[in-house]
Design a protein around this ligand. Structure first.
Ligand SMILES: Cc1ncc(COP(=O)(O)O)c(C=O)c1O
Length: 394
């Protein structure tokens, strides 16, 4: 499949993305439309971003009003949206303090720096990180250094020093790497990009215990799996295991670029001080209006309850496909972050699905990833399954 507009644009764009051959124009609810007016049911949500779907009028009104008022101040000057968005995030997460960034990657950078500063102030001599194989944390040198896929790191070596990779869900492999230089352990409570792998209860509890015993910080990356997607506001909350630092982005802005990291009181008191870190745009009035309004709409529309309800149906339907098709090995996931693992590359299925008017994406290990807007209804799941079955059968 080729799309002339996409091809023409490549003349000026650095060829870094293998883009799908469609030119998207606008969105409405859980549907996207291309410039020819073709409708697509969206089960990717801009990679787990558009939790509230497209063209949410209440959010748009708030953003429009903010644009006409004030978009930027720099962080030398306070504006009310910043404090209010931080209060909404601390309320939703139970964390104590928030720092706003422009993206998930920058939230990870901030989290890594915070952990190093914590160790520095304690004069513990700790600076090393334990990260997980198969993880994904972003593309800057710091974030890619803790990303557990060699192909993402290798061309950009040398990486940050002192990063070791443990096997996800294998506590012994983490224990084997812990030493008196470890300052933090970073993990996703559910690996998204890595192929939709939820953390086991004992794994989360075991990591918390190691961290508590040795004053090591636990960093949970909730950039993809957070914001209601797994059926709780943040994925770690289901385990009853609270991190010291948590990163967020994607759905917190529902399409407005914004990220954040949040810390406990203990970390806040013993880490970053004025001058240690910063961002010109991070947490600007527009981004913070988005966060503030998105969180209000989550509450008003009972998004987490809705996820729990629709996820049960999605799970049932995907399990049915696993039974029916030999080319599907298994289903994995939680809530509205699910994956089915195929016996071969899912590229053909994903491309055929697009022709059928269904947007789905892949994850590592022959996985088709389903991360729809969180406002999907059962009828959308039925429509997705019908289209997917066509794509699987061709
Ligand atoms: C778990 C996780 N961490 C970090 C990132 C990086 O976020 P961003 O692309 O906003 O920089 C992503 C992006 O997919 C992610 O899924």
């Amino acid at each position: 499949m080729v799309n002339e507009k996409v091809q023409a644009a490549e003349e000026n764009l650095l060829h870094i993305y293998n883009r799908f051959p469609v030119t998207l124009d606008y969105g409405e609810g859980v549907y996207l439309y291309d410039t020819d007016g073709k409708q697509y049911l969206d089960f990717a949500a801009g990679i787990a971003v558009m939790g509230l779907g497209y063209h949410n009028e209440e959010l748009e009104e708030a953003l429009k009003e903010q644009i006409t008022k004030l978009c930027h101040t720099s962080n030398l000057y306070y504006h009310e949206n910043c404090g209010e968005a931080a209060a909404a995030l601390t309320k939703a997460s139970g964390m104590d303090k928030v720092f706003f960034t422009n993206s998930g990657t920058e939230a990870i950078e901030g989290a890594l720096k915070t952990a190093r500063k914590y160790a520095y102030l304690k004069q513990s001599g700790r600076y090393e990180f334990i990260a997980m194989e198969n993880s994904f944390h972003g593309r800057s040198i710091g974030a890619v250094s803790v990303t557990g896929t060699k192909a993402y790191r290798e061309p950009f070596e040398p990486m940050l020093t002192g990063v070791h990779f443990a096997e996800y869900n294998n506590l012994d492999s983490v224990k084997a790497l812990v030493n008196d230089k470890t300052c933090a352990i970073i993990l996703e409570p559910l690996q998204g990009e890595g192929g939709i792998h939820p953390a086991a209860q004992e794994f989360m509890e075991g990591i918390r215990k190691i961290c508590d015993e040795q004053d090591i910080l636990m960093i949970c990356d909730e950039i993809q799996c957070g914001m209601g997607r797994t059926g709780s506001m943040f994925a770690w909350q289901e385990y009853g295991v609270k991190p010291d630092i948590m990163t967020m982005a994607k759905a917190i802005g529902n399409g407005i670029p914004v990220g954040a990291f949040a810390v406990t009181e203990n970390v806040a008191l013993n880490s970053m001080k004025p001058g240690d870190h910063g961002s010109t745009y991070g947490g600007n009035p527009l981004a913070c209006m988005a966060v503030k309004k998105v969180l209000k709409l989550y509450e008003k529309n009972h998004i987490v309850d809705h996820v729990i309800e629709t996820a049960a149906y999605l799970t049932e339907q995907l399990d049915r496909l696993v039974e029916k098709y030999e080319c599907i090995k298994e289903r994995r996931g939680k809530g509205l972050i699910q994956g089915i693992v195929l016996t071969e590359s899912p590229t053909g299925v994903v491309n055929r699905a697009l022709e059928e008017g269904l947007i789905i994406i892949t994850a590592k290990g022959n996985t088709i990833r389903f991360v729809p807007p969180l406002i999907i209804e059962k009828e959308h799941i039925d429509e997705m399954i019908r289209k997917l079955e066509k794509a699987l059968s061709e």
